[in-house]
Each structure stands twice: as structure tokens, then as C-alpha cells.
Design a protein around this ligand. Structure first.
Ligand SMILES: [Fe+2]
Ligand SMILES: [Fe+2]
Length: 333
């Protein structure tokens, strides 16, 4: 059951911590959990949010940014004079990532924390090159199952997970400090990982035909490691940032409201994974999203053309198509 309120964020039971350092960028790391001290017993909020899309399948008309299959979204959050930069995902290839970072004026060493939305290659495979560029200790938040092999069987058997490219040990060697938890979790004041998302709707989160290998058998995978970031912007409400939304975008928004206890959804950005959805699923999804009444909705990556068209038609000027190089600035009221 989802838990109302945020104290849960401060008593996560399933955190695993790797690396030698007990304090990273102001985070106190313990064997029982990783807690930003100021978050204890208060939800927190940010005064400003700047979103820069560093990777998307689409680069936009006339742009020097490169489009490439995947997601990397930079979140610059400011709160009480403190500024933190959190990067969700790194995309599949470092060449377009680094090109787009240079154009956006962002260095890898500027990033305070990396958040991995799930294991898939289009979100994770550039991680080694990214950590080499950053050349520093970096907290990396993800789900404990993110290092499983994850197989696609068509058109041939292949591991499309992060493990096809790297290992926990290699990431630690490159300075990554892994904070693996399936619980909702405070990243910095006013910014949270959803943790593992409750699958509440009957039309979402059924998997995409990938498999996990368990005791010699291929078991259908529901991508339980899919997690999103939620930012509570002062006087505006929640901004929800997704990777692929394998848990279902409606489930993710519902879950974000449940774990924060905040009903106002200000914005949603990321992949909605409706690219192969039938008309009925797209209609149901958009119908439910309307109920949350977001003021900005920015689908991209795996959302698919048909769903983009429906969302654009329904939300009108509140809709923006996500693309590499896109920048959104949201200040508190
Ligand atoms: Fe994915
Ligand atoms: Fe994806």
C-alpha cells in the first residue's frame, strides 16, 4: 500500500550502499538507509526547477543537438540558496550525450547525482563514459534489480539491460556510489525518487515482452525497477520526470501523489511508453491524465506519434513535444 506523507523517505529499509564514503555531497550514508539530514520529518520543496533535455529520440527542427534513442534529463533544482544538479539517465551512446551537454554548457563534473530510471540500454549504456568524464565520486540512485540481465527474444536473443555493458564493480571503480533502493527516497530537499511504483490500473505496467533468466528459465519481466523523480515546487505542485514509464504513466502520477500527499500535479515530462499501445489504451491513459489536470505535459522518447497527437489535441497549449536541447524554467510563484 502507498504511504501518505514523507517520513517513509527517511526510514527506507531496502537501501544498499557501495563504496567507502560515509558522507557524499551532504548525504549521510548509513547501513540502514541513506538520508539527507534536512529531510527528516518534513516534505521539503524547491524554489525553482530548470529542466534541460540532454537526450531524446528527437532533436527538433533546425537544431544542432543530436537525437539518439534514449533519455537523459538534467534537473537543476534550487532551494534556499542551494543549487543541485540531478541527471536522470545517460542515454545509450556518449557521443550524442557529450555533444548535447557541450551545447547546453553542462560538464559531467557539474552533476551532483545520477538517477537511473531503469536498466534498459537506451537509459544506461553511456554510464561508463559519463563517469570517466565526471572523474569524481558520484551518488547513483537506482532500483536494487537494475543490475539483472534483461532479455529481448526478438529478433534474436540479446541482453538489453545495463549488465550487457557494465558491472557494479566497474561503476564503483569509476567513482559511482550506488544507492539502490525500491523505496520512495529523498534525493535532495523537495526532490524524491518514487521508488517502485504500485501497479494500480488494469491497462498499464504489463511489460514490453522482455524476460529475466531465473534458474534456467526465461520469466516474463514487468520491469519493476522502473522509477521516476518527483519535484515539489513551492506553491505550484509536483513536477514528475519519467524515463520510460514502464510502470504506466497513470500509475506513476497516482503513486507520486500518494507518496507526497500533494494532489496538485503541475507538470509531467518524459517517455510515456505508448509507442505500441492500442487506441483504447491511449484513450484511457489520456483520460486519466486529464483528471490530474497538469499545467505542462511534455511527452517524448517512447511515447509514440499517435499518443503524442492525442495528447497534443487534448491538452492544447499545455502540451509541448520533448526534444534534445529543450529547456524549461519553472520558478515558484
Ligand atoms: Fe525501457
Ligand atoms: Fe526507453
Amino acid at each position: 500500500m502507498p504511504v501518505k506523507g514523507l517520513p517513509k523517505l527517511c526510514r527506507s529499509k531496502k537501501v544498499q550502499v557501495s563504496g567507502k564514503h560515509k558522507t557524499i555531497n551532504g548525504y549521510q550514508i548509513t547501513n540502514k538507509g541513506a538520508v539527507l539530514l534536512e529531510l527528516k520529518n518534513k516534505p521539503g520543496r524547491v524554489d525553482g526547477l530548470e529542466i534541460t533535455v540532454l537526450m531524446d529520440d528527437y532533436a527538433g527542427y533546425g537544431s544542432d543537438f543530436l537525437g539518439s534513442h534514449g533519455v537523459a534529463i538534467l534537473l537543476k533544482v534550487s532551494s534556499g540558496g542551494t543549487v543541485k544538479r540531478i541527471l536522470m539517465d545517460v542515454g545509450k551512446f556518449s557521443l550524442p550525450l557529450f555533444n548535447n551537454m557541450a551545447l547546453a554548457g553542462v560538464a559531467a563534473s557539474d552533476i551532483d547525482m545520477l538517477f537511473l530510471s531503469h536498466c534498459h540500454r537506451d537509459h544506461t549504456w553511456a554510464i561508463e563514459d559519463f563517469l570517466k568524464q565526471a572523474d569524481k565520486q558520484m551518488p547513483i540512485v537506482g532500483h536494487p534489480e537494475i543490475f539483472r540481465d534483461n532479455f529481448r527474444l526478438e529478433p534474436f536473443v540479446q541482453n538489453i539491460g545495463m549488465t550487457a555493458k557494465t558491472t557494479k564493480e566497474r561503476i564503483s571503480d569509476l567513482g559511482g556510489q550506488l544507492l539502490l533502493t525500491s523505496e520512495a527516497f529523498g534525493l535532495v530537499e523537495g526532490v524524491f525518487s518514487t521508488g517502485e511504483v504500485e501497479r494500480a490500473t488494469d491497462f498499464e505496467g504489463k511489460g514490453i515482452g522482455t524476460y529475466n533468466l531465473k534458474e534456467g528459465e526465461m520469466i516474463p519481466d514487468r520491469i519493476n525497477d522502473d522509477m521516476s523523480i518527483v519535484i515539489n515546487i513551492r506553491d505550484r505542485g509536483l513536477f514528475i520526470v519519467t524515463g520510460c514509464s514502464h510502470a504506466g504513466i497513470v500509475n506513476i502520477v497516482k503513486h507520486s501523489v500518494n507518496i507526497t500527499g500533494i494532489n496538485k500535479v503541475y507538470g509531467i515530462i518524459g517517455g510515456f511508453h505508448l509507442v505500441n499501445a492500442d487506441d483504447e489504451t491511449i484513450e484511457k491513459t489520456v483520460h486519466h491524465l486529464q483528471k490530474f489536470n497538469p499545467e505542462i505535459i511534455v511527452p517524448g522518447h517512447c511515447t509514440g506519434h499517435k499518443a503524442q497527437c492525442v495528447i497534443s489535441a487534448v491538452f492544447g497549449e499545455r502540451y509541448k513535444g520533448m526534444h534534445a536541447g529543450m529547456k524549461l524554467n519553472i520558478d515558484a510563484v
